[in-house]
Design a protein around this ligand. Structure first.
Ligand code: RIB
Length: 334
């Protein structure tokens, strides 16, 4: 297998020049760059990632692939990644995949060619084969939030199942007698665990029926439409747990349009803890994830992997916090 020295010899330049071309940092004139690229292609040179790993960071750049930057949850998480990375001298390349698997794969291929030091994957179409392919290329990888199960890398997320139970128990504590759930896309482990937490908390009540669960797609309009459908099915619902805050915002709007008072008629709670929940009227109760801290931890785990050259898969599940506000304020006993 060709080494970086073989490339330098064939191109007639120093190893440092080859490294600058590989890492896209530092000045190299066009003619020299072309000679190095020809030598890399002729020798089919691939950096020995273990050496890269052992040698610590090569490009000083990591990538963060997010599924939807229009959801305030992800920019807050990206802020944590960037602050932690910059503190250790790394630059972060932010990629938005729009939840599209093909877009994610193109990003991974582009990043691999740029000799990125590592990738934090916060999207959800990453399959086992993608993880294995990145491992075979020895690209250090950390999966954040929407981690599929059985990963060959470290996974950071919050306690989604426990957080859902916390939300539903809070609605029961404030006097709700029939609680519904507006859920996120069930191909996402985060949404799936929250639905499970809801179901396992309410399924023994006589009023429970699966028709109390309606999809909201993790979107504002999804939460809005779900409330309309829900109140058609069950006009006597007096508590709603939404699987994320954006759906809770949409639900609040629909309840207002239907003339349903929050919390007097229906108590409403979301999940995530984004700032938007403090701007609604009434302010929204939620189960807050440690969003920024999840980003910081993911960056630190990835940088340690890069600099030690050792990938030791580990699951980190961070605690969540109940934030009780106006939308679930204790209601007068019915
Ligand atoms: O709001 C976006 C949702 O997608 C969050 O709950 C987060 O956990 C992610 O899974």
């Amino acid at each position: 297998m060709a080494t970086i020295r073989d490339v330098a010899r064939l191109a007639g330049v120093s190893v440092a020049t080859v490294s600058r071309v590989l890492n896209q940092n530092g000045y190299v004139n066009k003619e020299t760059e072309q000679k190095v690229i020809r030598a890399i292609e002729q020798l089919r040179y691939e950096p020995n990632a273990v050496a890269r790993g052992l040698a610590g960071k090569q490009t000083g750049t990591i990538a963060l692939i997010l599924p939807d930057i229009t959801n305030p949850f992800f920019p807050e998480m990206a802020r944590g990644v960037e602050d932690a990375a910059q503190a250790q001298g790394y630059t972060v390349i932010l990629c938005n995949s729009d939840d599209q698997g093909q877009k994610e794969k193109s990003y991974i291929e582009m990043l691999r060619k740029k000799y990125i030091d590592g990738i934090i994957f916060a999207s959800n179409t990453l399959g086992q084969e993608d993880v294995e392919q990145m491992r075979s290329n020895n690209i250090p990888l950390v999966v954040l939030d929407r981690a599929p199960t059985r990963q060959l890398c470290s996974v950071i997320r919050s306690q989604n199942y426990e957080g859902a139970k916390l939300a539903v128990r809070h609605l029961l504590d404030v006097g709700c007698r029939k609680i519904a759930h507006i859920y996120g896309p069930q191909e996402l482990i985060t949404a799936k665990k929250r639905l499970l937490g809801y179901e396992e908390t309410v399924m023994h009540f006589p009023w429970y029926t699966p028709s109390l669960m309606v999809p909201g797609h993790f979107r504002v309009d999804g939460g809005f439409d779900a409330v309309k459908e829900l109140l058609k099915r069950h006009p006597d619902v007096d508590g709603i747990f939404c699987g994320n805050d954006l759906m809770a915002v949409g639900a609040l709007k629909a309840l207002y349009q239907l003339g349903v008072r929050v919390p007097e008629d229906v108590a409403l709670i979301g999940f995530d803890g984004i700032g938007l929940t403090e701007l609604t009227q009434p302010e929204l109760s939620t189960v807050a994830q440690p969003i920024y801290e999840m980003g910081v931890l993911a960056a630190k785990v990835l940088m340690e992997t890069i600099e030690t050259g050792v990938m030791e898969p580990r699951l980190y599940e961070l605690e969540v916090t109940l934030v009780a506000r106006e939308s679930t304020k204790r209601r007068a006993e019915a």
